[in-house]
Write a protein that binds this ligand. Sequence first.
Ligand SMILES: Cc1cc2nc3c(=O)[nH]c(=O)nc-3n(C[C@H](O)[C@H](O)[C@H](O)COP(=O)(O)O)c2cc1C
Length: 194
Amino acid sequence: MSEARRLVVGISGATGIAYGVRVLELARKAGVETHLVVTPAGQQTRAYETGMSAADLAAMADVTYRPADIGAAIASGSFRTAGMIVAPCSIRTLSAVAYANNDNLLTRAADVTLKERRRLVLMVRETPLTMAHLRAMTAVTETGGIVMPPVPAFYLNPETVSDIVDHTAGRALDLLGIDVPDLPRWGETPTERK
Ligand SMILES: Cc1cc2nc3c(=O)[nH]c(=O)nc-3n(C[C@H](O)[C@H](O)[C@H](O)COP(=O)(O)O)c2cc1C
């Protein structure tokens, strides 16, 4: 599998696990090989927010790793990937990534993504934000990461929660150059050109 067709996906314990699930679904549809790591808090939100078991979630990826497995392939820069999306990204994980605190496989893989100068997209979910949160976002941006809070675009007139999740997950994949064919885009439907 070429590096361009390989994506690391991290799911941490912020609310909105649906974003990570949709990233996995869309990447699979696009023929991209996914490598997944879910933190223990991410497993907790899975249980709260979905009817999926841990095995159901793991089955959505091509390869799944345990967060404690810091010797896994994605912990090394020599394992080539197109980049990594953390969806959703908790403030705890954001902070760890911002300061290279590689305390589990997710944060280690994110740091590897940055050190190899690959794309890292953090779908940070928290509100309201403190100065500490904002400083961590600044630090990660200065290191080359992309902070992409999952904020809905209402100009597309979403009808369901799923529409909102689809659009945000698709935009995250856009940032890695992974094509999502049916993603609604401003200026690409006749009504918007009026
Ligand atoms: C139901 C639930 C929702 C949560 N939502 C958020 C959230 O939106 N943002 C956040 O930063 N933390 C949230 N947390 C707290 C994190 O799960 C917690 O800080 C945890 O230590 C994050 O660990 P991780 O970064 O290793 O996944 C939530 C926790 C629970 C149980």
